[in-house]
Design a protein. Structure first.
Length: 292
């Protein structure tokens, strides 16, 4: 039996994976449904069998079996509101800067960036309600406070994601850790394992900002982007970040500062050089509980 298709032409100036394009066109679509439709040849690119990772280029023709197209569009229309879109939560107060292309947010410690099985309120859910086309282009941990850059459209998301991928957007953090350092600045190069592919290169530059009798405030500049890199690197030096219950194995930081329920790690600054050569930088004020 011959199949009947509806056809779309990919018109963007940048490449995109086929599965990502399908999810943008049909917001209720799951990865499993995409894989099944591709196996059964219900979705094709340039009349050929394709995979989820097929890269679309400008002018490519995407063909979707007509009944699936109708079904997927109907599912998108009937989809329930995004979890985390809680109008009682005033996330708008987190906006530091907004333009037609980006949102710059100052996330508090304890707020989830993305949803999960046990996460009812999260930043990504609010973003989808605030701006339907918004996209996260990088992440910070739930317990880390500070700067989060959000793209308000696909083109900006692709541009910023590439800048982050090539380490062209520089990140600066502030942290308060236990104890004192022997040197006022240095480089940490302890590899970090991900539990799957073994240890990977991880590099962090640090500089002392100020010291007290019990703790030290440091400026941290990660040169690589491993999960929990700053927390692991500080703990590896014997100076865990205050509030870090995961990596402070000897509980050195308990009771050093208040509140005890936050992690004293703050994404302080982001900067990069635009194609025009102009320096662009954003800075997030330190939290109110940060010691003066």
């Amino acid at each position: 039996m011959a199949l009947t298709y509806v056809h779309e032409t990919y018109s963007e100036d940048f490449e995109s994976r086929l599965d990502k394009w399908l999810m943008r066109r049909y917001p209720a679509l799951t990865q499993g449904k995409i894989q099944k439709s591709l196996r059964e040849r219900f979705v094709r690119v340039n009349s050929a069998k394709s995979s989820a990772s097929t890269h679309l280029k400008k002018g490519d023709k995407i063909s979707i079996e007509v009944h699936l197209d109708t079904q997927w569009l109907a599912q998108a229309k009937d989809r329930k509101p995004t979890r985390g879109c809680n109008i009682q939560t005033d996330f708008s107060s987190l906006i530091l800067e907004e333009s037609k292309d980006i949102l710059v947010l100052n996330k508090p410690s304890g707020l989830d960036v993305q949803g999960g099985t046990k996460v009812a309120v999260h930043l990504d859910g609010w973003l989808k309600c605030y701006c339907k086309e918004s996209r996260l282009v990088h992440r910070i941990d739930k317990m880390t406070s500070g700067l989060l850059l959000v793209a308000k459209n696909l083109r900006t998301a692709v541009f910023l994601a590439e800048r982050f991928r090539h380490n062209e957007i520089k990140k600066t953090y502030r942290a308060i850790v236990s104890g004192h350092f022997f040197h006022s600045k240095g480089i940490i190069e302890t590899p970090i394992g991900d539990g799957v592919e073994g240890e990977k290169e991880a590099i962090t530059r640090y500089r002392i900002v100020r010291e007290t009798t019990q703790w030290t405030e440091v400026e941290l500049r990660p040169q690589t982007g491993r999960k929990h890199q700053l927390r692991i690197h500080m703990a590896s030096l014997g100076h865990p970040i205050i509030g870090d219950t995961k990596y402070d194995l000897e509980r050195q930081t308990i009771g050093l500062l208040s509140p005890k329920t936050v992690l004293f790690l703050h994404a302080y600054c982001l900067n990069f050089v635009e194609s025009s050569g102009r320096q662009k930088a954003w800075q997030a004020p330190l939290p109110e509980y940060w010691p003066k």
